[in-house]
Write a protein that binds this ligand. Structure first.
Ligand SMILES: Cc1cc2nc3c(=O)[nH]c(=O)nc-3n(C[C@H](O)[C@H](O)[C@H](O)COP(=O)(O)OP(=O)(O)OC[C@H]3O[C@@H](n4cnc5c(N)ncnc54)[C@H](O)[C@@H]3O)c2cc1C
Length: 308
């Protein structure tokens, strides 16, 4: 356990834990989110070990300082006023390895890299994730899925830290993954490591499937603009994109943010939008679809942080 000297200021206490190369003060969150939105983070911290994370959790709890996890920022909109307290990012914890048919990836590893690592080992099961631009931690938190596959189908267990700093190993059942949600969200767990239960298969067939999914993604999604992917969950009995398209909202925008003309489920940051503008477009879409079809569109993307 890393001891924190009590007489230090909060900043010095963080430096004691992670060292100077792993703390940025007043860091621009827009440099870390896919939408290129968001104000500043008070303390942007990139720990290098599990022990450092545990010490940060203890410090934040003792000092009653808010604590926020940021993965690749591909499913988050951070408001223009930024995030107070500690923003924890696991970019220094990206190791991927395997034991037999089990691929083990740290929480900060990219889920795309993890799926390509599985391909190299001729292991099948993560093909669906080859274009999801999040971290392993973010993918478990959201139970990310695409093209009929989801994390729930191939996850065996995860190592997490709870908000008291305890290291726990939880099975996929205990994590209770469901459509774009999990126990990780409910319990504020920090995902440190994920164990994916894959199956040996023909490497050429795995690659072929990944190439098909990549082609589909590139042809249908506006990947040339910053976005957070599909903004809304699939409403029962409908497709969000179709409802938005049929409401005539494609190309409609506020400030620099607009509903994509290529994929109606995406809202793109076309021209230096603020988070307030992006959120206003989300609300405009929800209001219009409700008015026209009586359907409530529930957000898949999370909105966090403070207004300006
Ligand atoms: C172009 C594009 C395409 C996309 N396509 C898909 C798709 O096909 N399918 C899909 O499901 N999603 C898709 N997404 C959304 C997004 O990529 C996924 O939800 C992804 O899993 C989010 O991971 P992240 O690391 O970016 O998480 P973030 O956006 O950084 O965070 C999301 C949530 O996870 C939490 N979190 C992050 N890391 C951890 C951790 N280590 N431990 C605990 N909690 C953590 C955060 O606190 C936050 O609440 C897409 C996004 C974009 C921009």
């Amino acid at each position: 356990m890393i001891e924190v000297t009590r007489s230090h200021s909060f900043k010095e206490a963080i430096l004691d834990i992670v060292g100077a190369g792993n703390l940025l003060i007043d860091e621009q969150i827009k440099n870390h989110t896919y939408t290129k939105l968001g104000g500043v983070a008070d303390f942007f911290v990139t720990p290098e070990s599990v022990e450092q994370i545990q010490a940060l959790v203890h410090l934040a709890k003792e000092e009653d300082i808010p604590f926020t996890l940021l993965g690749n920022g591909s499913n988050l909109i951070v408001r223009d006023g930024g995030i107070r307290g500690i923003v924890l990012n696991l970019e220094k914890l990206q190791t991927i390895c395997h034991q037999g048919e089990m691929v083990i990836a740290q929480g900060g590893a990219s889920i795309i890299d993890t799926s390509y690592y599985a391909l190299e080992q001729s292991l099948s099961g993560l093909e669906f994730a080859c274009g999801i631009p999040g971290t392993v931690g973010g993918a478990l938190y959201m139970n990310a899925g695409a093209y009929g596959g989801e994390i729930k189908d191939c996850l065996a267990r995860a190592v997490v830290i709870d908000r008291s700093g305890n290291l726990l190993t939880l099975t996929v059942e205990q994590l209770d993954l469901a459509y774009r949600t999990s126990n990780i969200a409910k319990n504020d767990y920090i995902v440190i490591e994920a164990h994916f239960n894959l199956k040996k298969a023909d490497q050429a067939k795995i690659k072929q499937q990944m190439d098909i999914l990549t082609e589909q993604r590139e042809s249908k999604q506006p990947l040339e603009y910053p976005s957070c992917g599909s903004v809304f969950k699939r409403p029962p009995g409908y497709f969000a994109g179709k409802l938005i398209q049929d409401s005539g909202l494609q190309g409609k925008g506020i400030g620099g943010a607009e509903v994509s003309t290529k994929h109606a489920g995406f809202i793109v940051n076309k021209n230096h939008a603020t988070a307030a503008e992006y959120i206003a477009v989300i609300e405009m879409v929800q209001a219009k679809v409700k008015e026209k079809y009586g359907v409530e569109l529930e957000r898949e993307v999370r909105i966090i942080g403070e207004d300006n």
